[in-house]
Ligand binder design. Structure first.
Ligand code: ATP
Ligand code: MG
Length: 420
């Protein structure tokens, strides 16, 4: 019979890759906690309307990438393509804003987008997402970005490229939009079908177009930073000053508009040369109207989303070995009496938190020693019929290939001491 395979674009994460993932997650918990974040867990499924309103009807995500279905023909539901809209929905639904003026939240989990699967691009992928709700001052933007780079640095990542831009606000963006429209006036025919449509819906999106001819045209277009109002300009300058305070290098990228409609003012991306074509590992930015657009009070927000798979791809495989070592003890038991003793000892050690392993089938000593080696066990306990009769066992230190005898009555104690 043929085996059943996973759905295209949906990937299994296997060990030792999972060790790396756990290491990344644990580092995230640690760093984010120090910066005052609390974890939030949100459902994978939301009402479709949340993303249409939250992300924007004219974005690639909502236009063509969402997994949407009618639940029993009644209600339209969508597998979340990103976390921000859901986090804000929860924030409003549980009136978290009433409890605190600053709410810092993070969540880690799968997102779903129906894109063409390729290296670094999957249909189920994972994000580490953080949001700060409440403050709208530039120091908050800088704090978030500095934490992000600190986190990436803690994972050993260097040579990252931080790009920042300001998308302006409701005051200054319309003027820019107008300038783009007049710049493109008369050149509509040269644009791709998608961009022609974007002219009517969201002309800023054209900056994001990967089609060469569109990119060539837009490279001559007016740039957003030249249209910023005084408030937005001062905000952006302060963000940069705060980054400089920490000697954090960055590049100004006036063409970076990001793929989601809700951004205002500061936006940023982290890219890496080591990733190939899908080189963006983090995207983020400020959203000063999203909470209101989702029916809440006038509360500002800023956040980022790290692509987990792309982040993991940047960390060398060897790094996780140190994080998840092999067993402290492998028990090689021969014969029913020895196996029973081993079973008892092995599970008692595990319940004490000591990594122990054994072979229940009691195969030949040679094959058990082979397995101990393969698992990179620190010690191996040899427990045969003869040892049991003599009330002792052989403890082998794998690194030095030396062994000593220990009494059965002191076994658990001796191993527990060794593991400390
Ligand atoms: P891209 O330009 O690569 O499509 P994006 O702008 O759509 O990225 P965001 O919505 O900002 O991405 O999501 C933040 C991060 O999530 C990205 O920088 C990337 O690392 C990751 N990401 C987005 N889509 C996918 C995907 N389909 N598969 C794997 N990772 C993804
Ligand atoms: Mg995308």
């Amino acid at each position: 019979m043929e085996i059943i395979t996973a759905v295209r674009g949906f990937k299994d994460i296997l060990p030792p890759e999972t060790d790396k993932w756990r290491h990344i997650e644990e580092t995230a918990h640690e760093v984010f906690r120090a910066f005052g974040y609390r974890e939030i867990r949100i459902p994978l499924l939301e009402k479709t309307e949340l993303f249409c309103r939250g992300i924007g009807e004219s974005t690639d995500i909502v236009e063509k990438e969402m997994y949407t279905f009618l639940d029993r023909g009644e209600e339209s539901l969508t597998l979340r393509p990103e976390a921000t809209a859901s986090v804000i929905r929860a924030y409003l639904e549980h009136t978290l804003h009433a409890a605190e003026t600053v709410t810092k939240l993070y969540t880690i989990g799968p997102m779903f987008r129906r894109e063409r699967p390729q290296k670094g691009r999957y249909r189920q992928f994972h994000q580490i997402d953080t949001e700060i709700l409440g403050p709208d001052d530039p120091r908050t933007d800088a704090e978030l970005i500095l934490m992000l780079l600190h986190f990436l640095g803690k994972l050993g990542l260097r040579d990252l490229n931080l790009e920042i831009n300001s998308l302006g606000c409701a005051q200054c963006r319309p003027a820019f939009r107008g300038a783009i429209l007049s710049f493109l006036h008369g050149r509509e025919e040269e644009l791709c079908g998608d961009c022609r449509r974007r002219l009517g819906t969201n002309p800023l999106r054209i900056f994001d177009c990967k089609v060469e001819t569109c990119a060539a045209i837009i490279s001559q277009a007016p740039l957003l930073p030249d249209f910023l109002c005084t408030g937005c300009r001062e905000h952006f300058e302060k963000v940069q000053a705060c980054l400089r305070l920490f000697d954090q290098p960055f590049h100004l990228n006036a063409k970076m508009v990001r793929g989601l409609d809700y951004y205002t003012r500061t936006t940023f991306e982290v890219t890496s040369g080591s990733l190939g074509a899908q080189n963006a590992v983090v995207g983020g930015g400020r959203y000063d109207h999203l909470v209101r657009d989702l029916g809440g009070p006038d509360i500002s927000g800023i956040g980022f989303a790290i692509g987990f798979e792309r982040l993991a791809a940047m960390i060398p495989d060897g790094d996780a070995d140190a994080v998840v070592p092999g067993p402290v003890l492998f028990i090689a038991a021969l014969g029913e009496t020895a196996l029973e003793k081993a079973f008892l000892l092995c599970n008692r050690l595990r319940m004490k938190g000591i990594r122990a392993e054994m072979d229940h089938a009691g195969r030949s000593l040679k094959s058990q020693m082979k397995r101990a080696d393969k698992l990179k066990s620190l010690y191996t306990l040899i427990l045969g019929e003869r040892e049991i009769l003599e009330n002792k066992a052989l403890l082998r230190t794998m690194r030095t290939s030396t062994q000593e005898e220990i009494g059965l009555d002191r076994l658990e104690e001796t191993i527990t001491d060794l593991a400390r």
